[in-house]
Design a protein around this ligand. Sequence first.
Ligand code: SAM
Length: 310
Amino acid sequence: MSELWDTIKLLSDATRARILLILSDEELSVAELQAVMNMGQSRISSHLSLLRQGDLVVDRKEGKKTFYSIQKNFSVAKTNLIHSILNALKSDPDVSEDRANLKRILEQRKQATEAYFNSVAGRLGKHYCPGRSWEAIGHFLLYLTPKLRIADLGAGEGLIAQLLARGAKTVTCIDNAPKMIEFGKELSEKNGLTNLDYQLGDIEAVPLKDGSVDLALLSQALHHADHPQRAVEEAYRILDNKGRIIIIDLLEHEFEKARDLYADVWLGFSQNKLYQMLKTAGFKQIEINVVSKEKDPPHFQTLLASAIKR
Ligand SMILES: C[S@@+](CC[C@H](N)C(=O)[O-])C[C@H]1O[C@@H](n2cnc3c(N)ncnc32)[C@H](O)[C@@H]1O
């Protein structure tokens, strides 16, 4: 019973009752409450403190701001009591004014977010957006792909393969650098990926059976092959009849230092050259596009090629 008397005592003050009524509609900061009620900060803070001690409101910190909202877990008797008091006040002129002010304040909140996005519209896609990363987008896209048998040819430690394995049926990484295979195996064990396998091998003589995969990926690997045509033909051989090849590689460039810096054998490929290689291997539905250009010199550009076996 004393809890109910305490509630009646607390809400016998008009300001506290108004605060609770406002907070029953929306969680607000002290500054927002000030704006809604046209009152000074110290007055509002002292009433809020009493309401919090009386367990009628709760607070939540967000950075430097504290937000207040009505407590949700009242006993049935206390809920009924609070509802009756607040309902009785709804036609009070101060309460009507609070409601109108609250609507305006909430509109202002929305407008602040809107103003920010209006100011960055057209630039958001290319600029930093907290939390958005290509890795996260990659994880999301994997939900949309069917369960495939994938061969990652020239996989390195398997940066892409580790990601693909989360959505694929199986992923087999082929690489001719023993250290890469060693690191990759360790990484896949650490990540508990049982459908990801590493095999030492050459992309020009892939140690996989004919027609055994649905997707053959050559990501930044083709320009390291002595005979890229052979690598494309090997991809064709290991693909199932409905299988697809994806090549991600550099567009032809003139940055000679890449041979020493990155052990590149070829300085990228022109779209025509890549098209001819795929066509010669027997691929159909060949599509090739430049999908990105680096901001910094030598402004490497990335080609994405896709084709199907039949
Ligand atoms: C630039 S890395 C790309 C790694 C990975 N595909 C990626 O996109 O992150 C090239 C990889 O191809 C491998 N590689 C180069 N020539 C190869 C060949 N003939 N057969 C198999 N792997 C090869 C290298 O050992 C290296 O791990």
